[in-house]
Design a binder for this molecule. Structure first.
Ligand code: SF4
Length: 458
């Protein structure tokens, strides 16, 4: 079955699943409540804060090559290493080579969508290196052999009872309905993982050019342990994560926390300035930053799509999207789900396979309304539809049908004739229908006829 058909099949199953709808609705309702309270408490003017963030990100994009080089020079001066990865394969190979060089048997990883994007875990495990997720949500989906459900809250679809059963089966923990006890199970399990891993892998929420700094923001303290305990720290970050100055964090950290989880500020915010220095008592002996392209340069070069590189991966557009709320994250079968995923996935992974995602939208614009960096997401979905047409990625019969449609719609007399034909042929549509499919009857009168009858009413 083709990817679009599989998508429809998965979406249909989830859309009818009441338990799933309840679980997701509950999680998103709690998020919505926190976001609206925090926005008004934290920002005097949310609209201006978003506009400023968008402007800073646009400046970053205008100077991106220069800022990336500035970041590289500063990090090298602080003793770090930088690797420019053009493709996912380049990034995976670099990490594997490091693991082999250090004879690493075990790697610990904090939550990072970019490592999902490049398929890092699968690659390392294929070559005999064990990988453990240290974020609680990521650990849950890893133990259940699933992909993250959401770019910020990877296990939002799981109930407490399901997590308890999973920990019981996979970590031999007693069954419990206490969230605190479940957290302690993960914590006890991960303590040994931090201490026995040779490499800690993290993403980066931001890269700061003027310091050569890597900024990681999180709520569990696991990323901090992932960076500090193993002797080697590897950061994998998309090229677009750049900010020019340290002072920009005063806007972007609260903005990300508010849109991502409804917090004023995330619990742990780490700024890494290279590996452990001579006067420091802890931290990794080596720090490697992999700057990942993997399709971002191609997006950067298309002026009409460049704004998507402002994205700070807060996940707000997923929570606002009526389609995501109905079908959940796994229906997309992509690393990035929801509106942001529907925009970038065809560019990163191919229009041929993923162009249908541009239609997984009501185009209501809720995603654009909530985006903290003012990305016009729903219009980018329309641009993706147009890009797919230009690339001639759609099936020939679809293109032919659209041509006929455009020709008919361009002329009122043609439209009237087409309508009469359609009315005559309509009874035959039942031969083409799928079982249990009901199409609404066609109106015997055209809109013009209905309108003039309406106008002539006394
Ligand atoms: S597109 Fe906007 S709302 Fe969606 S994840 Fe990115 S920054 Fe957040």
């Amino acid at each position: 079955m083709s990817e679009p058909r599989q998508f429809l099949a998965r979406a249909a199953v989830k859309a009818r699943d009441d338990q799933h709808f309840y679980q997701l609705g509950k999680a998103i309702a709690s998020y919505d409540g926190m976001v609206s309270q925090t926005k008004s408490r934290q920002f005097q003017n949310w609209t201006q804060a978003r506009a400023l963030a968008a402007t800073i990100k646009d400046h970053v994009l205008a100077r991106l090559p220069e800022l990336l080089e500035q970041f590289e020079q500063n990090l090298l001066a602080a003793g770090g290493k930088v690797f420019w990865a053009e493709t996912a394969e380049d990034a995976r190979s670099y990490v594997l080579a490091l693991a082999q060089k250090h004879q690493a048997k075990r790697v610990v990883k904090s939550k990072s969508m970019v490592t999902e994007e490049i398929g890092l875990n699968e690659h390392l495990e294929k070559h005999g290196v064990e990988v453990w997720e240290s974020d609680l949500g990521e650990l849950i989906v890893q133990l259940n052999q699933e992909k993250p459900y959401h770019i910020v809250t990877p296990a939002m679809h799981k109930s407490k009872a399901e997590i308890s059963r999973l920990f019981h089966d996979k970590l031999q923990a007693p069954l419990t309905d206490s969230a605190e006890e479940l957290t302690m199970v993960a914590r006890r399990h991960l303590r040994d993982v931090y201490l026995s891993s040779t490499i800690g892998v993290t993403g980066a929420n931001f890269l700061v050019a003027d310091l050569g700094a890597v900024v990681v923001t999180e709520n569990e303290g696991n990323a901090r342990l992932t960076m500090a305990c193993p002797p080697v720290h590897v950061v994998i970050a998309g090229l677009e994560k750049m900010l020019p100055r340290l002072s920009d964090l005063s806007l972007f950290l609260p903005l990300l926390a508010t849109s991502g989880t409804g917090q004023e500020i995330t619990s742990y915010n780490s700024i890494m300035l290279g590996p452990r220095h001579a006067h420091e008592s802890d931290g990794p002996a080596e720090m490697h930053v992999i700057l990942l392209d993997n399709g971002r340069s191609a997006l950067y070069q298309q002026a009409e799509f460049r704004e998507i590189l402002r994205c700070i991966r807060c996940g707000a557009c997923l929570n606002a999207c009526p389609v995501y709320r109905a079908i959940g994250g796994h229906a997309y079968n992509t690393t990035y789900q929801g509106p942001i995923g529907a925009v970038i996935t065809p560019h990163y992974s191919g229009f041929g396979k993923y162009q249908h995602l541009a239609y997984a939208s009501s185009l209501c614009g809720a995603c654009s309304d909530v985006c903290p960096v003012q990305i016009d997401i729903h219009h980018l979905l329309l641009k993706n539809r147009r890009a797919a047409v230009r690339r001639r990625e759609q099936p020939w019969f679809w293109r032919a049908a659209l041509r006929v449609y455009a020709w008919v719609m361009a002329d009122a007399a043609r439209l009237q004739r087409a309508r009469r034909w359609l009315l005559r042929l309509w009874p035959w549509q039942r031969l083409l229908r799928r079982p249990n499919e009901q199409l609404p009857p066609l109106s015997p009168k055209s809109f013009r006829e209905l309108w003039s009858a309406h106008e002539n009413q006394p």
